[in-house]
Design a protein around this ligand. Structure first.
Ligand SMILES: [Zn+2]
Length: 178
């Protein structure tokens, strides 16, 4: 009886608030479905694999990236404002990089540019790792200096195999706050 009373009087437990990860840029996608256009590229396989690996982590929070593609024979219309695209660009000095457009704390567009010249000599798995890192930027994460095996580590070390528990926790912290 006393034990039961004590149980009733105990304050109701609340789920502990997860602190936002240090590399969260302060903006996230507002929708469940993030639409991304993939322009013709020899790396489409790696791009789709990287997106699939992130979707496996974000799907429990109702967020997923849906990638559409245009065939090589199809005329590619100009990129529109508000349309996220993954495309080859000789202009990027990096292997790949991402531009995130945001309005306040809402991401409205994220474009990934990939250097065909720099990526071509790499192995497919190395390309996939780099693209997976860039998809992390598209989702609203920057770099961190935490666990070195994380896909979003600032130095993107060579031994990274993919998305880690650290990255899963970051997704949970950001995307479970709807
Ligand atoms: Zn980066």
């Amino acid at each position: 009886m006393l034990a039961r009373l004590a149980k009733l009087l105990r304050p109701r437990q609340q789920a502990p608030a997860q602190p936002l990860p240090p590399h969260y840029i302060g903006a996230k996608w507002p929708r469940e479905v993030i639409r991304v256009r993939i322009e013709p590229s020899p790396f489409e396989g790696e791009i789709r694999e990287a997106i699939g690996n992130w979707n496996a982590v974000t799907r429990p929070f109702g967020v997923r990236i849906v990638a559409g593609a245009r065939t090589r024979n199809h005329r590619i219309p100009a990129r529109r404002d508000g349309e996220s695209t993954i495309y080859l660009s000789p202009a990027t000095p990096n292997f790949a990089d991402v531009d995130v457009s945001r309005r306040g704390s809402t991401i409205i567009e994220a474009d990934m540019r990939i250097s065909e010249q720099r990526m071509a000599p790499l192995t497919g798995s190395r390309r996939r790792i780099i693209i997976e890192h860039e998809v992390g930027h598209m989702l609203g994460f920057g770099h961190h200096d935490g666990p070195e095996d994380s896909i979003m580590h600032s130095r993107l070390p060579l031994r990274i195999a993919g998305i880690t528990d650290f990255d899963r926790a970051a997704v949970a912290a950001v995307y479970s706050r709807k």
